[in-house]
Design a protein around this ligand. Structure first.
Ligand code: ADP
Ligand code: MG
Length: 687
């Protein structure tokens, strides 16, 4: 057996009991243990005093210079001060409640202390004292100067884990095999895997730690990309026999009948989509474009094309409000051509649902719009050709599998209004093709964004009134209470009361939140779009996709609690008509980052720019909403930091898969085995 796959109990010092505790951390084998990376490090390396800033942690070695002086407070509390010479400077070291060290601190003795540096007073408040130490810095032992900190459970201490790690490395480091191709190692000057895994745990210097991290992060991204690129390859090769024969002339005519001309960007992405549909390979494409860039019409045209070629289409959206809205706009566009559009959501009655399912199965319904209810077990399509998902990435390999099990390999188009830089999108969504709408329809007036402090609320309301008096409408978004829908709703109700009082007798105020029934939501939305309600107080349920062109004000309470991407989405609810629109962010951010976010919103209307800054300010985990986006949670890689590695890893993975011997040569057996383990071939068969 592969030695690294032995259970952890082969490591000296780890018994059955410990093994159980380690299992709670997901550590079963030696390999698991070695791959359990530190979350951070404590740096005990000795730094030049002059480099260390006020209040920072510092470790110094020096010579005791004077007699310790101790002052007691009560029986056990004490403060002891000693003068020391470090690097030719006299500093004082202060210990609290450690007077028992007094006899050890004799003048002339060399000691090493770690603590907080008070630069202005040349004083260290000591937290750790070493009376003995070896002069060597390199050896792997408790002398290690940069100590790894691991995330542990109550049953295990960091110190124990360090000890076991050290022991595991002693016994098994030589067994660690290289898994990156030699060529890549040479080209990127990576250290070996063996070295990297030791150094990630016990770096001898910050530099070495950095090299180890870089190599291991690349490795992780490389295997991720290898899987994604192989998936793409496999999916592409998965022939459906023939492409969809699109009646192009009819499509052109349909486009000509629209009340506006498509933007250049819309035409371009439409061509990419129609090419995909006509090709024998199943489409797997991400369509990204800023809010208001006109993705819906592109979707409608693609659906039109598929239906006219004899297929069914499905449009999947995250909320019922949005489903409803899309149903209406699709009906408007498509029913003049005799195309049957239907709605399938969780709130459909039993009988209506049964009829609809029958219609879908027999191919009588051409286009169905719905929430996730669309791909449930009992939903069958007669001849599904195209699936479009709007405003979400949650349609992944799993959902595709569900469809495949129904004998379907539809073309899938994912639409998202959370734009990310194109190169990043290509790398991150490695198994998809990416189309980008990078311009807005002509004639749009840029939305003016203001940031006001909470105390100016009265003025905000006056401003809203002014807009209402001109016949426009406004959204008012309530503060977001983390993790608590109940409190969000309470907030919305309170704010609604307040505004209803304020505008009483003048304007009608409506309320929207997640606890309303689908029917109630629908009524409120309907009333707002018909201008029966002028002010809509809402939680973030209106965030995605909602389209009421007469609304010109988006006011957001406690805007600092929202992410940039979310604020940009909210802002995208206005500016949809010909009138000048405004976004008012009411916020008192307490942090620099918070203030920077508000400034970003003020300074730019461009979703790609917002995304770029968001990525900088927040880091990638939050940015992509990892769990929802279907992105893997990386062990060590961090997409915001390792942006370049990600792209390099993608290129290397593509190159490896293109190698003429990749699918045959024993040289690459390891990678093929990995792909097999990852279930890449279940998705389709390579010919
Ligand atoms: P999003 O990309 O945010 O989903 P929508 O598809 O909702 O944007 O489009 C926003 C608005 O712009 C809609 O009212 C739509 O009819 C309109 N629109 C789309 N394309 C064009 C265009 N080429 N010219 C003018 N208006 C357009
Ligand atoms: Mg949309």
């Amino acid at each position: 057996m592969e030695p690294l796959l032995s259970p952890v109990t082969v490591v000296k010092g780890i018994g059955q009991e410990t093994a159980k505790d380690l299992a709670d951390l997901g550590i079963f084998s030696v390999h698991d243990l070695l791959m359990y990376f530190p979350t951070r490090y404590e740096d005990y390396s000795i730094r030049d005093i002059s480099e260390v800033g006020e209040g920072e942690r510092i470790t110094v070695r020096g010579t005791v210079y004077g007699e310790p002086s101790v002052r007691f407070y009560g029986r056990t509390k004490s403060r002891m001060t000693v003068k020391m010479v470090c690097e030719g400077i006299v500093i004082s070291a202060v210990w609290f409640n450690q007077h028992f060290l007094k006899n050890k601190l004799v003048p002339g003795k060399e000691i090493q202390i770690t603590g907080k540096w008070e630069r202005s007073r040349l004083q260290i408040t000591v937290s750790e004292t070493k009376l003995q130490f070896s002069g060597k810095k390199q050896e792997l032992s408790s002398e290690q100067l940069i100590q790894p900190i691991y995330s542990v459970t109550a049953a295990i201490t960091v110190k124990q884990l360090r000890k076991w790690m050290e022991q595991a490395l002693k016994q098994f480091q030589q067994e660690i095999k290289e898994i990156l191709p030699q060529e890549i190692l040479r080209k990127h000057e990576f250290i070996s895997r063996k070295e990297a895994i030791r150094a990630i745990h016990f770096p001898s210097s910050t530099k070495e730690g950095g090299q180890a991290r870089k190599r291991l992060a690349f490795e992780e991204l490389f295997f991720y990309q290898l899987k994604m690129q192989a998936l793409q390859l496999v999916q592409k090769k998965q022939t459906k026999g023939k492409g969809i024969p699109i009646p192009l002339e009819e499509v052109r005519q349909f486009i000509r009948s629209l009340p506006f001309t498509l933007t250049k960007a819309q035409k371009l992405v439409l061509k990419e989509i129609l090419d995909d549909l006509q090709s024998p390979y199943a489409m797997n494409r991400l369509l990204q474009g800023d809010v208001g860039s006109g993705k819906t019409i592109v979707a409608a045209i693609a659906l039109f094309a598929a239906v006219r070629a004899g297929y069914q289409g499905a449009l999947m959206v995250p909320t019922e409000i949005l489903a409803d809205q899309h149903l209406k706009s699709l009906e408007e566009l498509l029913s003049p051509y005799g195309i049957q559009v239907a709605l399938l959501t969780g709130s459909l009655g039993v009988k209506a649902r049964r009829d609809l399912l029958a219609g879908l199965q027999m191919g009588m319904v051409d286009v169905v719009v719905g929430t996730h209810a669309l791909i449930q077990d009992d939903v069958y399509f007669g001849r599904l050709g195209l699936v479009i998902t709007d405003e979400q990435h949650r349609f992944g390999v799993e959902q595709r599998k569900i469809l495949r099990e129904k004998g379907l390999q539809p073309n899938v188009l994912f639409m998202t209004a959370t734009p990310i830089p194109r190169t990043l999108a290509i790398s991150v969504f490695g198994d998809m093709d990416v189309s980008t709408i990078d311009e807005l329809p002509a004639g749009r007036k840029p939305i003016e964004t203001y940031w006001v402090k909470g105390e100016k609320l009265e003025r905000v309301l006056a401003f809203i009134r002014k807009e209402l008096l001109e016949g426009h409408q406004a959204y008012v978004i309530c503060p977001l209470i983390e993790e608590s829908e109940k409190l969000d709703v309470q907030n919305a109700v309170d704010l609604y009361q307040q505004l209803a009082d304020y505008f009483q007798g003048e304007f009608s105020v409506g309320l929207m939140h997640g606890r309303l029934s689908p029917k109630e939501k629908d009524e409120v939305m309907q009333a707002f779009s018909e201008n029966k309600i002028q002010v809509l107080v809402s939680t973030t349920v209106v965030e995605v996709g909602v389209n009421v062109p007469n609304a010109t004000v988006m006011a957001v309470y406690d805007a600092e609690r929202f992410g940039l991407a979310q604020l940009h989405q909210l802002r995208g609810r206005v500016g949809r008509g010909a009138e000048q629109s405004y976004c008012v962010l009411i916020a008192d951010p307490k942090t620099d980052t918070g203030r920077e976010r508000m400034r970003t919103m003020k300074e730019t209307n461009d979703g790609f720019e917002v995304a770029r800054r968001d990525l900088q300010l927040r880091g990638p985990g939050d940015f992509f909403g990892t769990k929802q986006s279907g992105l893997p949670e990386f062990r060590i890689a961090d997409i915001s930091q390792d942006f370049q590695s990600l792209e390099q890893a993608r290129q290397e993975a593509v190159a490896l898969l293109k190698h003429e011997d990749f699918w045959q040569s024993p040289e690459f057996a390891f990678f093929r085995q990995y792909l097999e383990q990852q279930g890449v071939f279940e998705v389709g068969v390579l010919d």
